[in-house]
Design a protein around this ligand. Structure first.
Ligand code: PEP
Length: 246
């Protein structure tokens, strides 16, 4: 399994920021890990040109339908056409801001697979759910509802992103991260059998150069989904180097 360092630029980035991609590629010409950037849709095509196949690109969402009267939405086929190979689905910001349900995320994952995109399906608990001791149950429900029955390691990556750790500078403890990742692997094994060992499980939530190595040393952590720290080539590069060394 090739580890995955995925960057989520969210609603950040104008064309001037493509210079960060050039800097990242120059500093890490041959990473052992797979490197992915998910810019805003407006930057996908120019970033694909800048990346010239050296890093993978992804979208941040897609519509479950392949085309039609859905103003403002973007289909998985359109992302692929613009140069994407991945798409982030069910990010907690979309679940919260756009009311996305597990069923919708599952439908989007089906559309992604149909378009040949790898879906990075996000799961994670709120702080209130963690405090109430519901973390594993919440994630089990999200996995059961969001991950299609046809999912495989080739079509699907799972990202564990505690909602309260995103963009806050706070993270779970290392044993807490390990506990959730082990539980996700066990639930995938119960559902998909031996294939479960091939699914890449990412941790996301305030990953930065200073904590990356310790997180990547944990069992069942096969990479990271990185928000803020993926915007700067120096920070994301340091995270890639930590993953390469893990
Ligand atoms: C994210 O948005 O997926 C994320 C993990 O953000 P950050 O790294 O900024 O916490």
């Amino acid at each position: 399994m090739r580890k995955l360092a995925a960057g989520n630029w969210k609603m950040n980035g104008l064309s001037a920021q493509l210079a960060e991609v050039a800097a990242l590629i120059a500093a890490h010409p041959q990473p052992r890990s797979e490197v992915l950037l998910c810019p805003p849709a407006t930057l996908l095509a120019p970033m694909a040109q800048a990346a010239a196949g050296r890093i993978a690109l992804g979208g941040q969402d897609c519509h479950p339908n392949s085309s039609g009267a859905h103003t403002g939405d973007i289909s998985a086929a359109m992302l692929a056409d613009a140069g994407a190979a991945f798409v982030i689905l069910g990010h907690s910001e979309r679940r919260a801001d756009h009311g996305e349900t597990d069923a919708l995320v599952r439908a989007k994952a089906g559309a992604a697979a149909k378009a040949g995109l790898v879906a990075i399906i996000c799961v994670g608990e709120t702080e209130a759910q963690r405090d109430a001791g519901e973390t594993l149950a919440v994630i089990a429900g999200q996995l059961a509802g969001s991950v299609p029955d046809a999912a495989s390691p080739q079509t699907t990556v799972i990202a564990y992103e505690p909602v309260w750790a995103i963009g806050t500078g706070r993270t779970p403890t290392l044993p807490e991260i390990a506990e959730v990742h082990a539980d996700i692997r066990a639930r995938l094994t119960a559902r998909f059998g031996a294939a479960a060992s091939g699914f890449r499980l990412l941790y996301g939530g305030s990953v930065k150069p200073s904590n990356a190595a310790a997180i990547f040393a944990l069992p069942d952590v096969d990479g990271a989904l990185v928000g803020g720290a993926s915007l700067k080539a120096a920070d994301f590069g340091a995270i890639i180097a930590a993953l390469d060394a893990a």
